[in-house]
Design a protein around this ligand. Sequence first.
Ligand SMILES: Cc1cc2nc3c(=O)[nH]c(=O)nc-3n(C[C@H](O)[C@H](O)[C@H](O)COP(=O)(O)OP(=O)(O)OC[C@H]3O[C@@H](n4cnc5c(N)ncnc54)[C@H](O)[C@@H]3O)c2cc1C
Length: 302
Amino acid sequence: MILRSAILYASGSRFLRRWVEHSAMARPLTRRFVAGNTMEDAMNVARELQSEGLLASLDTLGEQVTGESDARKAASRYVDAIGRIRSLELPVSVSLKLTQLGLDTAESLAEENLERIAAEGHEKGLRVEVDMEASAYVDRTLALVRRCHRRWGNVRVAVQAYLYRTEEDVRELNREGIPARLCKGAYQEGHSIAWPEKSDVDENYRKLTTLLLEEGTWPAIASHDDRMLAHARKEIVRLKLPPERYEFEMLYGIRRDTQRKLAREGHAVRIYVPYGEAWYPYLMRRMAERPANLLFVLRNWR
Ligand SMILES: Cc1cc2nc3c(=O)[nH]c(=O)nc-3n(C[C@H](O)[C@H](O)[C@H](O)COP(=O)(O)OP(=O)(O)OC[C@H]3O[C@@H](n4cnc5c(N)ncnc54)[C@H](O)[C@@H]3O)c2cc1C
């Protein structure tokens, strides 16, 4: 608890962020969970994963961009990544955050950038996955994804099992044929909108897994939790779903044994691979989720 609080405190420190993101000493810290600083680092990781039968989704790190020009630059990085992925013929999608595309500046700016990326993905035969951020962004994210889906049909959106509203959102997404990626949720949310107890989040996660596998379009079950994975596998067998109808998604560097085991069993497994220089908030979220990860990276820091 103390370690988690310290990590959460550190994650808000701009000074620490600036120092570690630009320190050569930090590279060994990030290696396990972040592909590297450049697009080529990410392509190399995607290629390695492919050789092990794993798919990837590349996340160009960066969130809460404040200016229009940064948001447009972030969109350009995604467009470039899509071109590179296609030229290497890798089994890869891209994952993005709408705040990175300017959602805090103007919804229209984020929409324009998302459209640009989805159009490029559509032309090159690639999927675009939209992460779900804190609860204040959920309505806007779903609205933008809906419009983008109608136009390009290649978007998948993350939904968070800890929010009370998500069951209704999932039912609606299923009705509209919009693919969803189910995760538990990674932000601090109040009791009025999210389950405070982990057991309730887990129960809802199982329920939503069933809903998505029964009625959804190409859902992704994104979890490292053996109990959630066991439930999904049971439902996949019950529903006799072939692997092209669903995916498991896991984060780069986490439960690597399980990732490979699922792939060997014949499931489609996609690994969420972050890369780029702005890796600090991402890494801190992973540490806060599981402080043992901090001990792991510190032990391997050399
Ligand atoms: C592919 C993917 C995409 C995601 N996208 C989003 C998103 O868009 N929005 C969002 O809010 N959240 C997202 N998340 C994060 C998610 O919401 C959770 O915070 C995170 O996955 C931890 O939940 P869990 O289901 O893995 O299990 P938990 O309930 O956190 O943990 C259960 C067990 O899983 C294992 N485990 C979990 N986390 C770790 C870890 N970091 N290191 C090692 N072992 C671990 C441990 O054995 C643990 O006991 C995403 C997660 C994944 C896998």
